[in-house]
Design a protein around this ligand. Structure first.
Ligand SMILES: Cc1ncc(COP(=O)(O)O)c(C=O)c1O
Length: 462
């Protein structure tokens, strides 16, 4: 190969006022030709583009690091995998192999967990919309129902009465920590007395046994003090209701919400500085739990099990989306636009993250402010509003990283078909864990009434 540099078409970058640095944003030229040792070109040639790629190694490492962070600081910890964060069977299976229960928020997710082989007694059933049938199944199979509202409590009372079963239950609570916006639409409110009323009603029912308290503060919570406030509030409530009703709370479920290493739009600091590490979350939470638990220990009562439903912090960095450049354009305001073959219908999280974007070869030339568009014929289809990149050629590939959370569940079949998802094992084997959609995937649930089968009854239109 010659050492001569390739000629690159010169570009003029206009200076813009209002920028903190008139020489433009800093950018580091990084590239990677492979993922987990497998060449990206080979992955695309085999499985098509765009393509989701999951690293099993990173997924397991993240799950183990989180477990280690908590179990070395608190003696009783349980993880329940948040299905809605990513319910691809292969992802759930890895999480279960790593010792997690399933945390589901719908009948569909419940059935998915059961179909994968998770026993009912290892399922935490959350969510505001559990049908009567779903509650009956969950109770019969020994799942832990975390009650969201009074109508669900009435339904469970009725299930207990009609089946003659004794049912262990938990309550989802909401309250103000002072650090996060209160998600008051889920669970029973503490400050208004609604939660205490529900506890008293459960205590009065001989067939219901309150064994757990649950709260989920929100998501991408950057301030660990929110969790300390959560623990202290849950603990105070637990002690008060145990004293009043004689119940014994076996576990405190603090939900999910830890931030991943993704760049949230509008946050100035890079993710590695903005987001606490698993150890920092664990330190804050377990210190608060142990401090609150001292009087309990002295009274000879067991410490409650800590349940975590961590989603995005575990799976986000384990998955990437590989896309290809379809076209280059020059926008009227001077910026470069690049059209990619993967769009926002696949990468829902591009709406609030600045996903890291990496080329798969070293790029020549000056980096320029670039807008990355997806392939949809829709104005909202923007994968990155602004990223510094040198010239890309049609056919070049770009890798979006940290896409494992909330994309394979919230993606949409819209205008284009959804692509394949592959998982690379720790030994480098590539398995297709979700096939690329075909026309039949979309049309097979449709029915065409017979009267509509002939398209042009009057002959072909002019
Ligand atoms: C009840 C519950 N648990 C767990 C999670 C997972 O949260 P995260 O992905 O932020 O960790 C969610 C997400 O919204 C949730 O609603």
């Amino acid at each position: 190969m010659s050492d001569r540099k390739a000629w690159v078409k010169p570009t003029i970058t206009p200076h813009r006022t209002g920028l903190s640095n008139k020489f433009g944003s800093n950018h580091r030229q990084q590239w990677a030709a492979d993922i987990e040792g497998v060449p990206v070109a080979e992955l695309l040639a085999r499985h098509g583009s765009p393509l989701f790629v999951i690293s099993e190694r990173v997924l397991r490492d993240n799950a183990r690091r989180l477990r280690r962070a908590f179990s070395t600081r608190y003696p009783r910890v349980r993880f329940a995998w948040s299905y809605k964060t990513n319910y691809l069977g292969a992802v759930c299976a890895v999480m279960h192999q790593e010792g997690a229960w399933a945390e589901v928020v719908s009948e569909f997710e419940y059935r998915k967990a059961r179909a994968l082989g998770v026993p009912g007694e290892r399922i935490v059933f959350n969510g505001p919309c559990k049908s009567r049938g779903a509650l009956e199944t969950a109770v019969a199979e020994g799942a832990l129902v975390q009650i969201d509202h009074l109508d669900e409590l009435y339904a469970l009372e009725d299930v207990a009465r009609t089946t003659g079963r004794s049912i262990p239950v938990a309550l989802r609570l909401n309250f103000d920590t002072g650090y996060t916006e209160t998600w008051s639409r889920f669970g029973f409110n503490l400050e208004s007395g609604q939660a205490l009323d529900a506890v008293r009603r459960i205590a009065a029912n001989a067939r219901l046994r309150l064994v757990g308290l649950h709260s989920h503060l929100g998501t991408f919570i950057l301030d660990t003090r929110a969790y300390v406030a959560q623990i202290n509030t849950l603990y105070g409530f637990m002690e008060a209701i145990e004293a009043e009703t004689g119940c014994l709370i076996e576990y405190l479920d603090i939900g999910g919400g830890f931030a991943s290493q993704n760049a949230l739009q509008g946050i100035y600091l890079p993710p590695e500085q903005a987001a606490p590490s698993p150890e920092q979350y664990a330190d804050a939470i377990c210190t608060a739990l142990l401090a609150a638990g001292q009087t309990r220990l002295r009274a000879g009562k067991p410490l409650p099990v800590l349940v975590l439903e961590t989603g995005r912090a575990v799976v986000d960095s384990a998955e990437m989306l590989v896309t290809r450049v379809v076209a280059n354009k020059r926008l009227p305001d001077g910026r470069r636009g690049v059209v990619l073959d993967g769009g926002i219908n696949l990468l829902f999280t591009a709406l609030w993250y600045n996903h890291a974007v990496m080329p798969t070869r070293p790029l020549e030339g000056l980096a320029e402010e670039t807008v990355l568009y997806g392939p949809l014929c829709m104005n909202i289809d923007v994968m990155r509003q602004s990223v510094m990149l040198p010239q890309l050629d049609v056919g070049d590939s770009l890798v979006f990283s940290h896409v494992g959370a909330y994309n394979n569940t919230q993606w949409m079949q819209f205008i284009t078909l959804r692509p394949a998802v592959v998982m690379i094992s720790e030994s480098g084997a590539v398995d297709v864990v979700r096939e690329a959609e075909t026309l039949e995937t979309v049309t097979s649930p449709e029915n065409l009434p017979e009267r509509l089968m002939e398209l042009f009854p009057g002959g072909l239109p002019d």
